[in-house]
Design a protein around this ligand. Structure first.
Ligand code: SF4
Ligand code: SF4
Length: 418
């Protein structure tokens, strides 16, 4: 969201509805300043917008306070031109909310209204001296927000690893699957339209992707994998594409065709003849079609695939996140981008209350807002909420036997179900 804090109030607010975003917990100083300034230009806001208003009624200064979603409905229903003025210093959270609810691409700060406030217009609302002092603070916060947005805009988004989780389904049931497939009771595939939209949006806003990795579960259970490959192959931003299979599925002719590209490598984990029953068949097809592939036995599996309550304090969570070998393996699952595969699946399994700070929704934002949200998300986390439910992945965890098969899914731990 672009913040405009140098403008002519009389021109900008003429003949449009004005919404004040920020009612505050009670009567905030900034809402009082807005009302005082508008008195001088004989204008009244149509409504306040606030997602967290604490007042005795749903009105402030006899003006309705709307939740952002209700404001969106009202604006659409009225169909009139409107602008939003930010009557708060919480620019970041308001900007996030404005973009989340698609309320506007820009909003106005209070700074230029300084010339419209007078001793008289402030009268019973706020002391004139206090209003001027508060406006100074508001102005410097506006500049700070603006500088941050400019910096975020100029930084490039280069992603090293992107896991694209095509499905929650697998042909095997490993007790210690690090993607947490063992916890799924009713696993499903990705919705194809949602996946295509979110992947295209992501590729539009990032600058570079070293390695896209298609996996699941078992990625060859996803029938339109060829269409996803086509998108990745065509994108000049994507350098390498890996597909991780367990060697259980015979791959169809159209998929073989789609795999014929030098960017693509299929990585077959060989779990032995009994489990990876189609490994030889796959290898023959790949050799015949000159498809890049590697085949290897499962490598060291660590005890990192359990959902636990680790009770670590902030310092240790930060340390755990820093040391984690997958903290930058961004994961695309059901239209959202997560920091790591564990986080994606722990949220998807509803083992964690789905806070929207844990992921970025790739479907609903303008490209500009998506870019800014992504940068905030990628660069601004000391640790994830998901880390609180994780044992960490820094190779110091004890080793476990790879691919130990279980018959039934593992129920989520009791502390989650309570
Ligand atoms: S083969 Fe095992 S480790 Fe691999 S995705 Fe399936 S359940 Fe997980
Ligand atoms: S939740 Fe945290 S510690 Fe666990 S895998 Fe993800 S980033 Fe690493």
């Amino acid at each position: 969201m672009q913040l405009i804090y140098d403008y002519e109030p009389e021109k900008v607010f003429k003949d449009v509805d004005v919404y004040f975003y920020g009612a505050g917990t009670g009567f905030s100083s900034y809402s009082k300043i807005g009302i005082a300034a508008f008195k001088s230009i004989n204008k009244k806001p149509v409504a306040f917008i606030d997602d967290n208003f604490i007042g005795n009624s749903d009105k402030l200064f006899d003006i309705k306070v709307l939740k952002p979603e209700d404001a969106k409905n009202q604006i659409e229903k009225l169909g009139r031109d409107y602008v939003i003025v930010i009557t708060s210093n919480y620019f970041d959270s308001i900007a996030e909310s404005i973009s989340k609810f698609k309320l506007a691409n820009k909003a106005y700060g209070l700074t230029p209204l300084k010339k419209n406030i007078t001793e008289k217009s402030c009268s019973t609302l706020i002391s004139y001296a206090d209003a001027l002092r508060k406006l100074e603070g508001h102005h410097s916060k506006s500049q700070q927000y603006d500088r941050k947005i400019q910096t975020l805009k100029s930084e490039k988004i280069n992603i090293a690893f992107l896991d694209i989780q095509l499905t929650e389904r697998c042909t095997m049931k490993c007790k210690d699957c690090s993607n947490l497939m063992q916890y799924y009771e009713k696993p499903i595939n990705a919705d194809h339209d949602e996946l295509v939209t979110s992947l295209n949006n992501l590729l539009e806003v990032i600058d570079d992707l070293s390695e896209a990795r298609l996996l699941g579960g078992e990625p060859f259970l996803y029938k339109q994998i060829d269409e996803i490959l086509e998108i990745l192959v065509k994108s000049e931003k994507v350098h390498n594409i890996y597909i991780y299979t367990n060697g259980t599925i015979k791959v169809k002719r159209n998929i073989i065709e789609a795999l014929k590209n030098k960017k693509i490598t299929v990585e077959i984990t060989d779990y032995g003849e009994k489990l990876s029953r189609n490994k030889e068949n796959l290898i023959n097809s790949f050799e015949e079609a000159s498809i890049n592939f590697v085949s290897h036995k499962p490598q060291n599996w660590t005890d990192s695939a359990r959902i636990v309550q680790n009770n670590l304090d902030e310092k240790n969570l930060t340390q755990m996140f820093k040391a984690c070998c997958v903290n930058d393996v961004f994961t695309l699952l059901h239209g959202n981008l997560y920091h790591c595969p564990f986080s994606a699946n722990v949220v998807n399994l509803k083992a964690l209350f789905p806070s929207d700070k844990e992921f970025v929704n790739l479907k609903n934002l303008s490209f500009e807002d998506l870019k800014i949200n992504l940068k905030r998300f990628i660069f601004g986390r000391p640790y994830l909420e998901s880390c609180k439910l994780c044992l960490g992945r820094d190779f110091t965890q004890p080793l476990v036997e790879p691919a130990l098969q279980i018959k039934k899914n593992i129920p989520l731990p009791d502390f989650i179900r309570k």
